[in-house]
Design a protein around this ligand. Structure first.
Ligand SMILES: Cc1cc2nc3c(=O)[nH]c(=O)nc-3n(C[C@H](O)[C@H](O)[C@H](O)COP(=O)(O)OP(=O)(O)OC[C@H]3O[C@@H](n4cnc5c(N)ncnc54)[C@H](O)[C@@H]3O)c2cc1C
Length: 463
């Protein structure tokens, strides 16, 4: 007889492990299957957490090398101990993955070690043992998209996984893809001394971000020393003793050129991962991009099988996966689990940071919504000046008639933290005036949010 659970979650990333914990909190008998040696999925092992550890360390190095002097702090000769930086990153990852293991024990979630494979719509196999459940949750996440003629070896041509493990600072790092992951990891190695060139197929970086913010972002990165080849595509990579020769062409056609690199980071996106899962045996339908198709309650076309996180449609973000995990567990327990997709923030953890929630100006235009814009620069904020971090601005988009907040975009210091206030405001259906009337502590960066909200009504005070 197969062992039976109320809920079996497949995959222990932020979608899966959070769903498992919440379901267990609600009194259900839960197992979570994970084939990796540690829990936490892409996010904790090879994604959000290690990248943020290296972003923090490299920013500290950059500050010590460049900006501390301006503050009157002379630290003498600065030396990079990359081995220690990498070891610290490993310690941060272990603390987090062990933390999930602890939470599983605390909440009595059983970790089934191995790869899950559906053998029928009602049963999975894990390491030769059969399991059944009232509810199966597919939370198998995503993998890096490959590129024809650019073969990844994770040593010299790397995905984000290899880019987190380099044991030397590359002389020239070429990043293929001007999205969030490429720019974050490009920033890490640029701060540590690499020359960085970003080759992007589109004529802009960070597609999906508000265009004005995206342009400002590119300008700031260029000022830092990033080189950009927009509107170009890589058609091949030749690995030689002396480096990697990339064949690059204009995206619209034209003369090819060769770009030499020491390390190539392939970061052109991620795809939903379901390999080896036996979706055919279960009869679960996927869309034309391989994503598991779900309804508004995360149900697939097969009764009893659900899916959440990167493996379904929507932004590939850890907190989106987590919120879906919580909502689904609550639905299993008979509650009204729900995710508000209009209020999911996204953050680029470069310096300055970039953060957004709700609609961009382009989206509002395309939808024919009449809107007004409130903008305020960090340059006019006392705290930003005191910090020496004055690049960027807050931009608020509000409905022209009702003043309701529709979108917020920030490029600047701690944008990722500042966006939380505007996410709360959007979640609560606030107007720009509501935000403008809230008392914000002085001197803080959050005053830029208040001033941008005032600016939406043409009455910013400090500019
Ligand atoms: C470099 C990088 C940086 C990132 N930074 C951020 C960030 O700062 N903020 C953010 O919000 N997002 C970030 N992301 C994205 C984030 O990691 C993902 O959105 C998130 O991990 C998705 O969670 P998930 O639970 O859907 O899947 P995943 O975290 O991908 O977890 C899926 C798990 O399922 C397991 N699995 C797959 N198939 C099976 C099977 N058949 N049996 C058993 N186990 C299986 C896998 O081993 C994996 O552990 C980053 C991603 C990368 C690559």
């Amino acid at each position: 007889m197969a062992e039976n659970f109320d809920v079996i979650v497949i995959g222990s990333g932020p979608g899966g492990y959070v769903c498992a914990i919440r379901a267990a909190q609600l009194g259900l008998k839960v197992a979570c299957v994970e084939k990796r040696a540690t829990l936490g999925g892409t996010c904790l092992n090879i994604g959000c957490i290690p990248s943020k550890a290296l972003l923090q360390s490299s920013e500290n190095f950059h500050q010590a090398s460049h900006t501390l002097k301006d503050h009157g702090v002379d630290v003498g000769e600065i030396k990079l101990d990359l081995a220690r930086m990498q070891a610290r990153k490993g310690e941060v990852v272990t603390a987090n993955t062990k933390g999930v293991e602890f939470l599983f024990k605390k909440n009595k979630v059983t970790w089934l070690k191995g790869a899950a494979k559906f053998t029928s719509p009602t049963e999975i196999d894990v390491a030769g043992t059969a399991y059944t459940a009232k509810h199966f949750v597919i939370a198998t996440g995503s993998e890096s998209v490959p590129l024809k003629n650019v073969e990844v070896d994770e040593k010299r041509i790397v995905t984000s996984t290899g880019a987190l493990e380099l044991d030397q600072v590359p002389g020239h790092l070429v990043v293929i893809g001007g999205g969030v992951i490429g720019l974050e990891l490009g920033s890490v190695w640029h701060r540590l001394g690499a020359e960085v060139t970003v080759i992007e197929f589109l004529d802009r970086i960070t597609p999906g971000l508000d265009n004005e913010v995206s342009k400002a972002f590119q300008g700031i990165l260029a000022k830092q020393g990033f080189k950009f080849m927009l509107g170009h595509k890589v058609t091949g990579a030749l690995v030689t003793e002396g480096g990697i020769e990339l064949a690059v062409e204009p995206a619209k056609g034209g003369e090819a050129q060769t770009i030499k690199a020491d390390i190539v980071l392939l970061a052109i996106g991620r795809y939903a991962f379901t390999e080896g899962l036996g979706l055919d045996a279960a009869g679960v339908a996927v869309d034309n991009r391989g994503r598991v198709i779900t309804d508004h309650h995360f149900a697939t076309n097969v009764p009893g099988i659900y899916a959440i996180g990167d493996v379904i449609a929507g932004p590939m973000l850890a907190h989106k996966a987590e919120d879906e995990g919580v909502a689904l567990a609550e639905i299993f327990a008979g509650q009204a689990g729900h995710v508000n997709y209009d209020a999911i923030p996204s953050v680029v953890y470069t310096w300055p940071e970039v953060a957004a929630v709700g609609k961009s100006e382009e989206e509002l235009k395309a939808a024919g919504v009449a809107y007004k814009v409130g903008k305020f620069p960090f340059m006019a904020n006392g705290r930003a000046r005191a910090m020496g971090d004055t690049d960027g601005f807050v931009k608020i988009l509000a409905d022209k008639t009702t003043d309701r907040l529709l979108g917020a975009h920030i490029i600047g210091p701690d944008a990722g933290t500042l966006i939380a206030e505007l996410t709360t405001a959007i979640e609560f259906g606030a107007s720009a005036e509501d935000v403008a009337r809230i008392c914000h502590a002085h001197p803080t960066l959050s005053e830029v949010v208040k001033e941008a909200a005032l600016a939406a009504d043409g009455r910013a005070l400090h500019i």
